[in-house]
Design a protein around this ligand. Structure first.
Ligand code: ADP
Ligand code: PMV
Length: 956
């Protein structure tokens, strides 16, 4: 029988183990015991455990891990990997080494031999789980005897101790073991009580360091000394799971028994449950062998094999895990979170820890100050698996109070100062950049941090400074991070280094260690956004081909309500088109998102693969109109692109309502696109909300880029003028980049004089489709490049004249002459549009009506034409009565008139975190957004008026 076997020889099924079958003190190992080798080498405790030689071969730790060699169980075929003896019984005469697998199994014996090498001890036992270890150990206690244990214990340990108290009469004193004097005090007190007959003797001191999940440090040597002094009969037991024998070997520090949950670091792959008990004392070894054989919780052959295999890579795994953990801890700490990790210089127990262990391990925890925020963070991670346990090659995230420690009474948790908001991270071997990116994205999505734009960094003169750092993102996005504690703003270059390659600009935390979270510092999850429609006064269609267009925002807007959800559903509600979509986030075609998306710098081209994949997903809804299909595809396209850096786990609900007539040439699609882009960029943390009510230009530029992509989905080949107006607002002259004109960058010029003109918009109510009208003009240009080219040139001249006129901010002396010039330009431009084939009988009727006496006004189609809207220039001199008369005439012909002001603001944001959208207002807004689908024009304008009148909108 091997000294390393737990079983102790032959056991006949159905019979109890006789003492002679337990490991006997006289039995000698058949190979030199590890301790003898150590003694021979005079190994000093001052050497780091992993540097010390261990095992009979005298190899260092990682070599020993990989070198499984049990001289007592040499394989007859020379198998390189320990064979799995999948046999419950073994044939042979009584007295043979193996007879029944509960008592002994060759695979388990090989494992236990190997564990002895690693743990530098003579007895190692493999059982069915970490808790089984504690069960086996505590069975040494008798009713009336006592345990002293820590107060920051794993929930399962706590549960077993409570069970022992209630069912076994074995009480536990919980003390703060991080303060060795407390351990000394309680041991002394119990010794005195026992001497006086007032309490049972302490028979076990249960320690763990670092503790789980607060990572507090206990001085093992000092506690063990105190135990030997005041309770010499007590077993000093250490749960070494957080360290593993690679980082700490408590038996060398005066401890009697060590156990590890083998499920964690030892196996490393979360593919088995196991526990390992180790000791160097014969009396304890004998007792434990007896108990395991009696209760039958020894590890199965298959799991023994798996554990043995896992152990071979223990050192390399832990090296990588620790390095990663150190980076994660530093990252969180630099962001201002309270981080518990003994690797950090700030850890109060670091000195003691470093003296007894050779690394911090890879478990850390941090506090956010807000339980719900923590839940959101945990829920928002993707790469970090939400799971209990630790030590696995895969990184895990959990909230101990809801998971591993949920079995501890909340009152007890509170008394033991276990914060409810605590998040535990168990770091794996992944590429740390991915881990940090995922964590960062989760922090952003949950609202724990927020990023700020590159522009403000540049303004602060910081970007250049940090850009010199070699660790700046290869994407060149300018990885500058900013922390904010109250009013203090710092740029932390360490974070830049840590998140090398992370495509994020600036990050602000919303609280330091002692600071309560401030709502103002995070990406709001509930908000209302709006964007205006537009009227093109000159240059529509031609603008697609590089010609200048003159356009302005109108007071009719689209509005979106965005709310976060607690499930994984992404919902898009389009009541104007009576459509509601719901998609499960996991069902979206994430694999079609290009891998190299730079969210802050999207290209101007649609990604065809993603576009097609999304069309297929949206196309699954039967009976949807082309209109809502296009809007839904545009929405999903933006959603997937914008969230691609961290696909969320929790869904969102989007409800869009428009005060604009849809498909009437007033840019409803662009205003919808502006709403979607701004809402997504803000709620996904790519745009932080400004402290004042003005969105910075770089943010509106980003919104515009996404709006343009959305327009491309809806329109095919838009010029970009509609979305430029919807996002930036005001009145503009616009020219897109074009091969025809040689322009390589879009031109956007503000026209301040536009506002002084009055316009009447008249909707023909004739539906049409921008996409096909634009495509039609494109085709005509191909068919007749000369004729069409001449028209485009003529429109270019018109637009230039008009923008020169409308750009003047002061009303000139000769106002009526100006108005006449404008009227002529309108007529001329309309004629070209007729020639381009995009007018319509209804539009011509409006022209005729407005041109007739007594009105004598100039009108042109606006937008894509083919129906839709017409715009009429109303001279300053026209009285309200005459204007009313014109409106009545038009309305009698079945048209709808809008008197709208032009040149108002672009995208607007009303966020729930500001007082502008308090709970009451939000409820009222919800009711309005979710009111019956069909709204009359009057309902719409009432709704718009109400929403526009709420709070302080943040505007472009
Ligand atoms: N309120 C809305 N709800 C859903 N989709 C909308 C809404 N407003 C605009 N759209 C989308 O925009 C398209 C209309 O765009 P378009 O034909 O260019 O007309 P417009 O001149 O109004 O922009 C619709 O077919 C639809 O896809
Ligand atoms: C015809 C066009 O110039 C304007 C389209 O406006 P609308 O979609 O009709 O609102 C096309 C474009 O500029 O993208």
């Amino acid at each position: 029988m091997s000294m390393y076997s737990s079983e102790g020889g032959t056991v006949t099924p159905g019979f109890s183990v006789s003492t002679s079958q337990e490991p006997s003190e006289s039995s000698a190992p058949t190979s030199p015991g590890p301790s003898s080798l150590h003694d021979a080498e005079g190994v000093s405790k001052n050497l780091r455990p992993q540097d010390r030689r261990s095992g009979p071969s005298g190899y260092r730790f990682s070599t020993t891990c990989a070198t499984v060699d049990d001289p007592n169980h040499k394989d007859q075929y020379g198998a390189s990997s320990a064979p799995i003896y999948m046999s419950s019984t073994f044939k042979g005469l009584p007295g043979a080494e193996f007879d029944y697998s509960r008592s002994g199994n060759p695979t388990r014996s090989m494992l236990q031999h190997h564990l002895c090498q690693l743990q530098n001890c003579r007895y190692s036992f493999a059982v069915s789980s970490g808790m089984a270890c504690l069960d086996v150990i505590t069975r040494n206690l008798k009713p009336g005897e006592r345990i002293v244990a820590g107060d920051d214990l794993y929930g399962g340990t706590n549960r077993l101790l409570v069970y022992l108290a209630t069912h076994g009469g074995i009480a536990t004193d919980h003390v703060d073991t991080t303060d060795a004097s407390k351990v000394e005090e309680i041991l002394q007190k119990r010794a005195e009580d026992h001497a006086l007959g007032q309490s049972g003797p302490v028979k076990m001191v249960l320690l763990e360091t670092p503790t789980n999940p607060l990572l507090k440090i206990c001085d093992l040597e000092r506690c063990a000394r105190a135990a030997k002094k005041y309770a010499p009969d007590a077993w000093v037991v250490v749960d070494n799971t957080m360290m593993s024998p690679y980082l700490m070997r408590p038996l060398e520090l005066g401890v009697d028994v060590v156990y590890d949950s083998g499920t964690k670091y030892l196996s490393g792959h979360h593919d088995l449950m196991a526990g390992v008990v180790a000791c160097d004392r014969d009396d304890i070894g004998k007792q434990i062998a007896f108990t395991i054989n009696s209760i039958g919780n020894a590890l199965t052959p298959m799991d023994s094999f798996l554990l043995l295999r896992g152990i071979k890579t223990l050192a390399v795994r832990m090296d990588r895990q620790q390095t990663n953990a150190m980076q994660v801890a530093s990252y969180l700490s630099a962001l201002g979170f309270k981080v518990n990790f003994p690797g950090l210089a700030s850890h109060p127990g670091k000195e003691i820890h470093d003296a007894q262990a050779s690394g911090p391990g890879s478990v850390l925890s941090f506090e956010t100050g807000d339980k719900e925020l923590s839940e959101r963070i945990v829920g928002a991670t993707r790469l970090w698996g939400i799971s209990v346990s630790f030590g696995c090659v895969n990184s895990l995230i959990s909230m101990p109070c809801l998971m591993s420690h949920a079995s501890i009474d909340p009152k007890v948790r509170a008394a033991r100062r276990l914060p409810e908001d605590l998040i535990r991270l168990c770091v794996g071997i992944e590429d740390c950049r991915d881990l940090l990116e995922d964590l960062e994205a989760a922090l952003l999505q949950a609202g724990a941090i927020r990023r700020r734009s590159v522009r403000s960094a540049t303004a602060l003169g910081e970007l250049g400074r940090v850009a010199n750092n070699s660790a700046v993102s290869p994407a060149g996005a300018g990885t500058v991070f900013e922390r904010v504690f109250g009013d203090q703003t710092t740029v932390d270059q360490d974070i830049v280094k840590l998140t090398e390659g992370v495509d994020i600009n600036k990050v602000e935390t919303r609280g330091g260690d002692n600071e309560q979270p401030k709502d103002s510092g995070h990406s709001p999850t509930t908000l209302i956004v709006s964007a205006p429609g537009k009227v093109i006064l000159f240059g529509e269609h031609a603008v697609v081909h590089g010609v200048r267009a003159v356009a302005a925002s109108v007071a009719l807007r689209c509005y979106a309500l965005v709310e976060s959800r607690k499930d994984d559903i992404l919902s898009l509600n389009l009541p104007d088109l009576t459509v509601k979509h719901e998609w499960r986030l996991s069902e979206l075609p994430w694999s079609s998102v290009p891998s190299n998306v730079d969210v802050l710098s999207p290209g101007a081209e649609l990604n065809e693969k993603l576009h097609k994949a999304i069309e297929a997903v949206v196309g699954l809804v039967a009976g949807e109109s082309e209109r809502s299909h296009a809007a839904s595809v545009a929405f999903l396209y933006l959603f997937m692109l914008i969230s691609s850096s961290a696909p969320p786990k929790l869904g969102q609900s989007f409800t869009l309502r428009s005060a604009l007539p849809i498909g009437a040439g007033l840019g409803s699609s662009a205003s919808l696109s502006g709403c979607l882009a701004s809402a997504l960029l803000v709620t996904h943390g790519h745009i932080g909300l400004p402290k004042d009510t003005k969105l910075p230009l770089n943010d509106t530029t980003l919104i515009n880029k996404y709006s343009f992509l959305s327009e491309k989905v809806i329109h095919g080949n838009p010029s970009g003028v509609d979305n430029a107006v919807a996002v930036h607002g005001g009145a503009i002259a616009f020219e897109r980049p074009s091969a025809r004109t040689g322009r390589t960058e879009a031109l956007l010029e503000r026209l301040n004089g536009f506002k002084s003109f009055r316009f009447l918009l008249t909707n023909t109510q004739v539906g049409r489709d921008t996409k096909s009208l634009v495509a039609g003009v494109g085709q005509r240009l191909k068919d007749d490049p000369q004729g069409m080219g001449a028209r485009l040139d003529a429109i270019q001249v018109i637009s230039h004249k008009a923008s020169a006129l409308l750009g003047q901010s002061n009303v000139t002396q000769d106002r009526s002459a100006e108005l006449q010039v404008m009227a002529n330009l309108i007529d001329e431009n309309h004629q070209h549009l007729v020639d381009m084939g995009v007018s319509h009988a209804s539009l011509e009727l409006i022209r005729k009506t407005t041109a007739a006496a007594p009105f004598n006004l100039s009108t042109k189609l606006t937008g894509a034409g083919g129906g839709g809207c017409a715009v009429t220039l109303v001279p300053d001199s026209m009285s309200e009565a005459v204007l009313q008369q014109l409106k009545t005439a038009l309305e009698q012909q079945g048209f709808a008139c809008y008197e709208t002001t032009v040149g108002g603001p672009g995208v607007g944001i009303l966020a729930s975190h500001s007082r502008a959208l308090d709970q009451d207002k939000l409820e009222a807004a919800r009711a309005q957004f979710h009111a019956q689908a069909e709204l009359t024009d009057e309902d719409r304008s009432r709704f718009a008026q109400w929403i526009d009148g709420q709070g302080d909108w943040i505007h472009s």
